[in-house]
Design a protein around this ligand. Structure first.
Ligand SMILES: CC(C)(COP(=O)(O)OP(=O)(O)OC[C@H]1O[C@@H](n2cnc3c(N)ncnc32)[C@H](O)[C@@H]1OP(=O)(O)O)[C@@H](O)C(=O)NCCC(=O)NCCS
Length: 178
């Protein structure tokens, strides 16, 4: 009998920090293949930011068969909780690790009484906007961007990201229950 890989989600600790960048780097090739060369070498969370997120309890890792293969960090965009980054190694995508990481983030947000969660992502990539829509996020129309979203857009444009194919998204946690 073939056994399915076992996915476990847990809060990250200091020893996990060194695993974050290689996972992120492995996913960059997928964006390049999808027509976004600007993601090649685009960088990842700094060790200092990862340590701070661990301190806040806002960084999770996904283990697949006991090895760290994915991670998610929560940050803030203005006052709002934000999915700063989520990444799962290409060789173990599609096993539910990404969804389970998001579930851990939602659980924490509900526990803290956060009214919403936001993120920015690609609108033209199958595993970005459509994936978040299935999780309950909706696109924030440009006319409704918060000052923090506007500032983030400008910062990402300075880093070379093309906002013709990016969107801000939000989920209203008060509405979705918890
Ligand atoms: C987005 C991401 C974290 C999802 O992780 P995951 O562990 O594959 O997520 P799940 O297994 O819970 O969900 C998989 C679903 O996502 C979609 N998906 C994932 N990878 C995909 C791909 N390469 N092409 C098309 N759809 C894809 C599919 O709908 C899939 O559902 P299915 O397995 O029923 O077909 C992962 O694809 C990833 O790390 N991508 C690169 C980094 C990234 O885009 N991060 C988000 C930036 S905002």
């Amino acid at each position: 009998m073939v056994s399915l890989p076992e996915v476990t989600i847990r809060l990250a600790t200091g020893v996990d920090i060194a695993r974050l960048a290689p996972i992120d780097a492995a996913t960059e090739a997928q964006f390049v293949e999808a027509g976004h060369p600007e993601f090649a070498g685009s960088g990842t969370i700094s060790d200092a930011d990862a340590a701070a997120a661990i301190e806040r309890g806002h960084l999770w890792v996904a283990e697949v068969d006991g090895e760290v293969h994915g991670w998610l960090v929560l940050t803030r965009t203005g006052d709002e909780l934000c999915v700063g980054q989520v990444a799962v190694s290409p060789e173990v995508q599609g096993l539910g690790a990404g969804t389970r990481l998001m579930d851990a983030a939602f659980e924490r947000a509900y526990r803290d009484g956060e009214p919403s969660m936001v993120l920015s992502t690609q609108s033209d990539v199958a595993w970005n906007q459509p994936w978040y829509e299935r999780l309950g996020f909706g696109v924030v129309p440009e006319a409704e961007w918060t000052p923090a979203m506007q500032a983030e857009t400008k910062a990402q444009q300075r880093e070379g990201l093309d906002w013709n194919t990016r969107v801000h998204m939000r989920i209203d946690l008060a509405e979705t229950g918890g």
